[in-house]
Design a protein around this ligand. Structure first.
Ligand code: PLP
Length: 419
């Protein structure tokens, strides 16, 4: 019998196998037919400490004894209060207000709406958003509008709103990005906000740019009073080394979007954190200036309890040491490709490594990707190349042996597609 399930980003017409996972733990997934799969991409970038971390699982179980979903408009509960308090303690001080939603895409939608609401409510309406080429901010219409246009969203292009696109800061021509931002800031239609993925553009191909450029963009925005939105949905929670990628540039955004690792990757939850001026612009005795956004499952208590447990893990366990160690182990693993003529643009940012195999600038639909994916699948390694870009973003608990197995699969992939 064929399944009624319609999978995301999956071409059912190709008839590729869809393994059924029955159990997870640490860096691994186990399938119904008894295979152990190493999750080298943290189940699409969500799993930070490892699958089914005992403290997070226990917090979820405990919370179900007291609360399920409750309305969050005008009502509150301790898990949401505790998580918001914890977030304002661990995140940079200016990010004093926490708005809950349930995915990275909604966190981005909320950020964009906050920015536009801010300008409208201070009596200076602005609508134009600046974005970086190759960005990804989610798959909702707003998220796609501020993201890269391409085969992913061609069908919806007529619905996407217009944005100002800055060129990606390619090594050696970074100034072009800054000049473009400066020009947009001085342009005839003032910018409401710039939204960027700090340091690493994930879905765009794990493209990395230096902290100095991030800092310079932040400076330009500050100089012109343009709101700076950091989409840390992927880069947050230690992926690039520190808790936030923005820390590497020593900057604090006006608005930050967090999701994926917020619950350690266990259950869906997102927050958009904002500074006081943005909150204050929505705060008055006039109902017309309130922030008009909610989803049914806003601040789900069980998800918030998982978030609180995640913060406790960050506070009590040697998470930062584990991340620093993984950064070194990743650097050591990729050193072997330095002189490999089939490997291009070898790079690392924190715990993430990436490279192009075969073709230095292959497209997402290049046939090298599927061939690599088949080899990885045969070796029970969960890697999902972006075109011919292979990247490794494992949970922080990945062992040396598991990492060796991941890179052995990549070695085999390189040999197969270039040999
Ligand atoms: C994954 C991602 C999103 C979207 O998050 P979802 O939870 O999948 O909606 C947004 N921005 C970035 C940078 C992401 O990596």
């Amino acid at each position: 019998m064929t399944s009624p399930v319609w999978h995301p980003f999956h071409q059912h017409g190709l008839g590729e196998p869809i393994p059924k996972v029955v159990r997870t733990g640490g860096s691994c997934l186990w399938t119904g037919d008894g295979r152990r799969i190493i999750d080298a991409i943290s189940s699409w970038w969500v799993t930070t400490h490892g699958h089914r971390h005992p403290r997070i699982m226990a917090a979820i179980a405990e919370q179900t004894k007291a609360l399920d979903q409750i309305i969050f408009a005008g009502w509150t509960h301790e898990p949401a209060e505790a998580l918001a308090r914890g977030l304002t303690e661990i995140m940079p001080e200016p990010l004093a207000h926490v708005f809950y939603s349930d995915s990275g895409s909604t966190a981005v939608e909320v950020a964009l709406k906050m920015a536009l609401g801010y300008w409208r409510n201070i009596g200076e309406p602005r609508h134009r958003i600046a974005v970086m080429q190759h960005s990804y901010h989610g798959d909702t219409i707003g998220g796609m509008s501020v993201g890269e246009r391409g085969v992913f969203n061609q069908a919806y292009a007529p619905l996407l709103f217009d944005v100002a696109t800055l060129p990606f800061p390619v090594a050696g021509s970074e100034q072009a990005t800054l000049d473009a931002l400066e020009a947009e800031c001085r342009g005839p239609e003032p910018l409401a906000a710039l939204i960027v993925e700090p340091l690493v553009l994930g879905a765009g191909g794990m493209l990395i740019y230096p902290p100095e450029i991030l800092a310079a963009m932040r400076d330009i925005c500050a100089k012109h009073g343009v709101l700076f939105i950091a989409d840390e949905v992927m880069t947050g929670w230690g992926r690039t080394g520190p808790l936030l990628a923005c820390e590497q540039a020593d900057i604090v955004p006006d608005i930050v979007c967090l999701s994926k690792g917020l619950t350690g990757g266990a259950v869906p939850l997102a927050v958009t954190m904002a500074t006081k001026p943005i909150f204050d612009a929505h705060c008055s005795t006039d109902k017309a200036t309130m922030f008009f956004h909610s989803s049914s499952y806003t601040a789900n208590p069980i998800a918030c309890a998982a978030g609180v447990a995640n913060l406790a893990i960050w506070r009590d366990e040697p998470v930062r040491e584990g991340i620093a160690d993984l950064c070194e182990r990743q650097a050591a693993q990729i050193a072997r490709y330095r002189d490999n003529p089939a490997v291009h643009n070898l790079r690392r940012c924190g715990t993430i490594t990436a490279m192009e195999i075969g073709d230095p600038d292959g497209a997402y639909l290049s046939d090298i990707g599927p061939r690599l994916a088949r080899i990885f699948r045969e070796r029970d390694i969960l890697l999902r190349p972006l075109g011919n870009t292979v990247y490794v973003m494992p949970p922080y608990c990945v062992s040396d042996d598991e990492l060796d197995e991941i890179y052995a699969a990549i070695d085999a992939g390189i040999a197969a597609v270039t040999g």
